[in-house]
Ligand binder design. Structure first.
Ligand code: IDP
Ligand code: MG
Length: 153
């Protein structure tokens, strides 16, 4: 099944929203196959946000992403990348639709609670960036037959 990376950002940690957010993904039926807390540094953030390093807000983004340890997760499911991005909502919390994580928990363009991979290809790259070999697990929930039809693509 498809895998995607989610980061619970320092805004989620400081605001005590970890449980709320993990609950949403579990309730949806996404399978957590990797989960750990880690402190990000400038090196990994410059790689992860390479598309933003020239932006004027980048120094502020760096500081924000290092303001607490984060929680990184590998979530697994059919179309996991697209599903998690839909659950995440638009980048700016004020524009994100109610019902999405950012729409329900954020008022900010920067302090927007979660990161989610934006393509299957980037998902693979990002999981390899944040997880070491052996930190992502392979198991089948005992009730998987109630998550999907047997012939579902
Ligand atoms: P995404 O997180 O929705 O994929 P990206 O454009 O990849 O959005 O930006 C990565 C992160 O950089 C955002 O989640 C947000 O924290 C921050 N960011 C993006 N645009 C802005 C901005 O205009 N001002 C401040 N922070 C921003
Ligand atoms: Mg992005």
């Amino acid at each position: 099944m498809e895998q995607t990376l989610v980061i619970l950002k320092p805004s989620a940690i400081h605001r005590g929203l970890i449980g709320e957010i993990i609950n949403r993904f579990q309730n949806k039926g996404l399978i957590i196959t990797g989960l750990k807390m880690m402190q990000l540094d400038e090196t990994i953030l410059r790689e992860h946000y390479a598309h933003l390093v020239e932006k004027p807000f980048f120094p502020s983004l760096l500081e924000s992403m290092m303001a607490a340890p984060v929680i990184v997760m590998c979530l697994e499911g059919k179309d996991a990348v697209e599903t998690v991005r839909l659950m995440t909502g638009a980048t700016n919390g004020r524009k994100a639709l109610p019902g999405t994580i950012r729409g329900d928990f954020s008022m900010s363009g920067q302090e927007n609670i979660v990161h989610a991979s934006d393509s299957v290809e980037n998902g693979k790259i990002e999981l390899a960036r944040f997880f070491k070999p052996g930190e992502i697990f392979n198991y089948t929930p005992s009730d998987l037959r109630f998550y999907y039809a047997p012939d579902e693509n």
